[in-house]
Design a protein around this ligand. Structure first.
Ligand code: PEP
Ligand code: MG
Length: 324
């Protein structure tokens, strides 16, 4: 299947009407790294660091993590890699951490909530990342930020780590970008100052959709019940695009939907300019973007909205059929 897309591997994703979409990939294991070259990904938009913690039976050492992150940066050959700090809790439970018995783990003590309450592991991870960068640029992203204050507190941890590393005489990264994942609807309504301060925002569509529709992403009965192309959800995405644009904040989308061609096309039409997806999706998504005119898609979406349709999918599918 991938052979079909080899010819466009190095072609930039530019739509018919001239909009350039940045195609980056999701990763989490060393085994994913060769895909950086093979898929034509322009970088890693989401590196899920928890996988390194989950495949062990004890807490990894800082030096081990640092060596791993360094190999990731080596493999990227200067392409940007967005390292997401540990996103544990909910569906990802570390075998060597005391299990917390929570009635609703997805709404529980997870991700940055753990990181801020028990900062030891987060500090160790931040140090490992800075040492891995060793003079190269570093990009750090915090998962599951629900309010401005959590971003501020996490950012403060980064600044403290910078100061500590400097004092210890370690080489600091050339630049450090710090961003937040938008995975809870609350963050979309944060004060504009949040969007001014944050280095970048990445929409974690898997979680965002689950909380937007109150439909468990793990529950087979409901997980496909609501369409990503539902007008309410797309309107919400558009609002996030506007808020980021107002502050000039770079925005990306890194949930599974970014790797589904029709969803990706509609996200681009809503204003997303960076899509992060599994490497195998880059070819199919790019292929559709190259053939599409975003202005036309915007018109189709807007017409479907005015007709009061629940999802724009039928209208977009119909348009695709007429394109042949
Ligand atoms: C997401 O929630 O969309 C996301 C990218 O993170 P994860 O799937 O790891 O929760
Ligand atoms: Mg998530």
């Amino acid at each position: 299947a991938q052979a079909r897309y080899v010819s466009i591997r190095d072609t930039p994703a530019v739509t018919r009407d001239g909009t350039r979409i940045n195609m980056v990939m999701n990763a989490g294991l060393m085994a994913d790294l060769p895909s950086l070259d093979n898929s034509g990904a322009e970088g890693v938009g989401l590196f899920r660091t928890e996988l390194q913690f989950l495949v062990r039976n004890q807490m990894p050492k800082r030096s081990e993590l640092s060596a791993l992150y360094s190999r990731v940066l080596d493999a990227a050959h200067g392409k940007r890699v967005v390292f997401r700090t540990l996103d544990i809790g909910s569906d990802k439970v570390l075998p060597y951490m005391k299990p917390t018995d929570e009635p609703n783990p997805a709404l529980g003590w997870r991700a940055i909530r753990v990181g801020l309450d028990k900062p030891g592991v987060m500090r160790m991870q931040l140090q490992a990342l800075m040492r891995a960068a060793n003079g190269r640029p570093l990009t750090i992203m915090f998962p599951f930020v629900a309010q401005f204050e959590e971003y501020r507190a996490a950012r403060a941890e980064v600044d403290k780590t910078i100061a500590r590393e400097k004092k210890l005489g370690h080489i600091l990264p050339e630049t450090i970008e710090v961003g937040a994942m938008l995975e809870t609807p609350s963050l979309a309504f944060a004060p504009q100052k949040f969007f001014d301060e944050v280095g970048f925002v990445s929409i974690g569509g898997n979680d965002l959709k689950q909380f937007f529709f109150a439909a468990d992403r793990e529950n087979e009965r409901v997980r496909r019940r609501y369409d990503t192309l539902n007008v309410s959800f797309l309107t919400f995405i558009e609002r996030i695009v506007e808020r980021c644009a107002l502050s000039g904040t770079p925005l990306s989308f890194c949930g599974e939907d970014a790797g589904r061609p029709i969803e990706a096309l509609c996200l681009a039409a809503m204003g997303l300019r960076t899509l992060s997806m599994r490497p195998a999706s880059i070819g199919p998504v790019k292929s559709l973007l190259l053939r599409s005119n975003l202005e036309e898609i915007r018109k189709i979406i807007s017409d479907a909205r005015h007709r009061g349709e629940q999802s724009v999918r039928p209208a977009v599918m119909e348009w695709l059929r007429t394109q042949g």
